[in-house]
Design a protein around this ligand. Structure first.
Ligand SMILES: Nc1ncnc2c1ncn2[C@@H]1O[C@H](COP(=O)(O)OP(=O)(O)OP(=O)(O)O)[C@@H](O)[C@H]1O
Ligand SMILES: [Mg+2]
Length: 416
């Protein structure tokens, strides 16, 4: 983090686009100097469905954020998610390091072994991240940072995140069309984790669940590193849509009813209470028992929690990690969410908002902005030397991602 440097993050969500601009003060502190939040358009479930509309929304958000910034904007770190993202474990070994003599392992060998662990990709796929989870030096397992150790053989176990090249490229092009250079891309739950999880939680084991508008992103951390990621194509949109369909009201009215009167546990709502929900054009308002509204939300919430627990099982965890589940994202604001989660999850649960950063407006200190703040922190904590998105120079995404991976390998390898 360099004094005076500007950093920019763009969170292109299904519901909103949020741009944050931050600078490092002369005292070395990070301070947010610009924010822009606008409704998202052209995005569905983490995928671009209309690039021009999305570019317009991004441009509006960036313009708002730039209003109080009197310097040229830097390239942005951009978050990505969506059903096209998958993750897998990968491993590689470097044997016979430097001939027959044992030698001291340096960053060079660490980078090399991480590069060897890159998985083979199907056509049209692209590597987004390769995160070393631990190394093995000869017969010593579970080494976090092998740099400086002597050994004949170095093995890395890593977690690779793969996305569809076209989907990643669509997001990057929408940002570029809005006049911003893409400096790096980060998987959204990995970013959210930067904003809401403590080092102790990641160390002892924790599951981060980000309930957005279009997707719910799950990330499992153990021994300080992310070991599993999954994207569930269900978010706040489906909650609202269920209400709209079940009560035959417009989506917008259902959204207002959910935000104002929604609750994940119907029994916790007054049995005699009713709410008015605006009907379709020309219709009288619908008078609905609050509990009936909440039953619809409870069905969806229960199903989503089940899907999350299935993903946790898929991750290979035998038991619930000691720090349990941490929920974030706008969907986690549903009243009663913690009560329902406590009933269903065999471990601790909490709802998290992003860490406070000087200059962060109070309305952004909410779970809906954890990813936005996390993207900013990720961009700062994982600097790249690359100043421009090279797509325009004729280099493909593949080249770009390889370069990121190289840097990531270096960084992750340098954890103590
Ligand atoms: N109080 C609340 N009760 C229920 N749902 C809420 C509440 N506040 C926000 N939401 C829901 O949160 C969702 C938006 O969350 P968020 O801003 O995290 O999504 P996003 O980042 O735009 O989407 P994604 O990450 O899926 O691309 C909306 O569906 C909204 O209805
Ligand atoms: Mg989001």
């Amino acid at each position: 983090m360099l004094n005076g440097n500007l950093y920019m993050a763009i969170d292109v969500g299904s519901t909103k686009v949020c741009t944050l601009v931050a600078q490092v003060t002369s005292g070395g502190e990070l301070e947010i100097v610009g924010t822009g939040v606008v409704p998202s358009r052209g995005m569905r479930k983490g995928l671009v469905v209309n690039i021009d509309e999305l570019a317009q929304a991004i441009r509006a958000s960036v313009e708002d954020a730039a209003e109080d910034v009197d310097r040229e904007l830097p390239g942005a770190c951009v978050g990505v998610t969506g059903g096209h993202i998958s993750s897998l474990r990968t491993t590689a070994t470097l044997s016979n390091l430097n001939g027959s003599d044992q030698r001291v392992i340096t960053r060079r060998e660490m980078e090399l072994v991480v590069k060897h662990s890159y998985p083979k990709l199907a056509p049209g796929q692209e590597l987004l991240h390769v995160i070393p989870t631990h190394y093995t030096v000869d017969s010593v397992h579970g080494v976090r940072n092998p740099s400086g150790l002597k050994g004949h053989q170095l093995t890395v176990d890593a977690h690779a995140v793969v996305g569809e090249a076209a989907s990643l490229d669509n997001i990057a092009r929408a940002v570029e069309q809005a006049g911003v250079t893409v400096r790096s891309m980060v998987l959204e739950p990995l970013a959210s984790a930067e904003a809401v999880l403590s080092a102790e939680e990641k160390e002892s084991g924790v599951i981060l669940v980000d309930i957005g508008g279009g997707t719910t992103d799950v990330a499992v951390f153990r021994d300080g590193a992310m070991v599993y990621t999954a994207v569930i194509p269900v978010g706040g949109y489906q909650f609202t849509n269920d209400v709209a369909i079940a009560l035959s009201v417009p989506y917008e009215s259902a959204e207002i009813a959910k935000l104002r009167h929604g609750h994940a546990v119907p029994e916790m709502v007054d049995a005699n209470e009713s709410v008015e929900i605006k009907g379709h054009e020309g219709e009288l308002p619908h008078l609905v028992r609050s509990r009936d509204l909440c039953r619809i939300l409870n069905d969806r919430a229960t199903e989503l929690l089940r899907l999350v627990l299935l993903k946790v099982r898929d991750s290979g965890l035998q038991t619930m990690p000691s720090a349990g589940l941490v929920f974030t994202g706008g969907g986690a604001n549903l009243a009663g969410w913690t009560d329902l989660a406590k009933e269903m999850v065999p471990g601790p649960v909490r709802i998290a908002a992003p860490k406070d950063i000087p200059g962060l407006p109070s309305e952004l200190k909410s779970p809906a902005y954890s990813t936005s703040v996390g993207i900013l922190l990720w961009g700062i904590n994982h600097p790249t030397e690359q100043q421009a998105y090279p797509h325009r120079n004729g280099q493909g995404l593949f080249t770009r991602s390889r370069w990121w991976l190289h840097r990531l390998g270096q960084f992750a390898g340098s954890r103590s």
